[in-house]
Design a binder for this molecule. Structure first.
Ligand SMILES: NC(=O)c1ccc[n+]([C@@H]2O[C@H](COP(=O)([O-])OP(=O)(O)OC[C@H]3O[C@@H](n4cnc5c(N)ncnc54)[C@H](OP(=O)(O)O)[C@@H]3O)[C@@H](O)[C@H]2O)c1
Length: 230
């Protein structure tokens, strides 16, 4: 099950998994066209693929979002909206929406799917952090988003502390700037001015697939950012 699997990094990972023969469910936000294109692409590999649109808001329930796949073996939470802005410009609703989408929602998903994974003695959870959120550091233009993304590491390590013994793996990938349909154009400019072309979603997806395939990688916070220095 890939939340945010109809575009960007989530879609690229869905494709890698489909090529490995996994049966895939993708969730998308609001673009029927992107959903249809993604399903055609996944089915072209011979994989079984289903998908649905569910624009997540802070009043969405996990049950609504997991409607098509209540007990996934693999849960990937790729969706993670970004908003640029200095701390003093962030409104209460910015705080609420960014922390809800990037921390509370993935956390609620995990709380919901984990018991069944533990019962089956097998489960893979993959989360996506932000650029350079693999350690505690400060951010001048993305403090709210990055604070929520940094906290995902605590979440992943907590899952592992509690459930590694039950066959559960939970990791976080922290991509560098990646050229997706959703990428912040100012960030693209910054990367280019520092001599680093943006990554391709495929670059991130291939690392993600390696992580999902290898049970020895567990509780890892993995930067995939070409060594970008912010
Ligand atoms: N791209 C980067 O440069 C970059 C860098 C660092 C970290 N990351 C992180 O990597 C992850 C993937 O990023 P991404 O660039 O691929 O894009 P993303 O915008 O996080 O994800 C796109 C996916 O989410 C869906 N979506 C959008 N709004 C939604 C909503 N309100 N409710 C439910 N689903 C929604 C999209 O569907 P629709 O197309 O239908 O809207 C699409 O399937 C995120 O967690 C992001 O924070 C990205």
């Amino acid at each position: 099950m890939i939340i945010g699997g109809t575009g960007g990094i989530g879609k690229a990972l869905a494709y890698e998994l489909a090529q490995k023969g996994a049966a895939i469910t993708v969730q998308g936000g609001s673009s029927q066209q992107r959903l249809d294109t993604t399903l055609s692409l996944l089915r072209s590999t011979g994989a079984v693929a289903q998908g649905f649109l569910s624009p997540i808001t802070s009043s969405s329930t996990v049950q609504q979002v997991l409607a098509c796949s209540a007990h996934p073996d693999i849960l990937v939470c790729a969706w993670g909206p970004f908003k640029r802005g200095a701390l003093e410009t962030m409104s209460a609703s910015d705080w609420h929406d960014l922390v809800w989408a990037n921390l509370i929602f993935p956390g609620m998903l995990i709380s919901t799917v984990l018991p069944e994974m533990v019962k089956r003695h097998w489960g893979r959870i993959l989360l996506f952090g932000g650029t350079k959120t693999d350690t505690i550091r400060g951010f001048t233009t993305s403090a709210v988003y990055s604070a929520a993304k940094t906290a995902l590491s605590v979440l992943a390590k907590s899952v592992v502390q509690q459930s590694a013994k039950d066959g559960i793996c939970c990791n976080v990938i922290c991509p560098g700037l990646t050229d997706t349909e959703y990428t912040d154009t100012e960030a693209l400019r910054y990367n280019r001015s520092h001599g680093l072309p943006p990554l391709n979603p495929k670059d991130i997806a291939r690392v993600a697939l390696t992580v999902l395939e290898n049970p020895h990688i567990n509780g890892a916070i993995i930067p995939v950012d070409q060594g970008l220095v912010l």
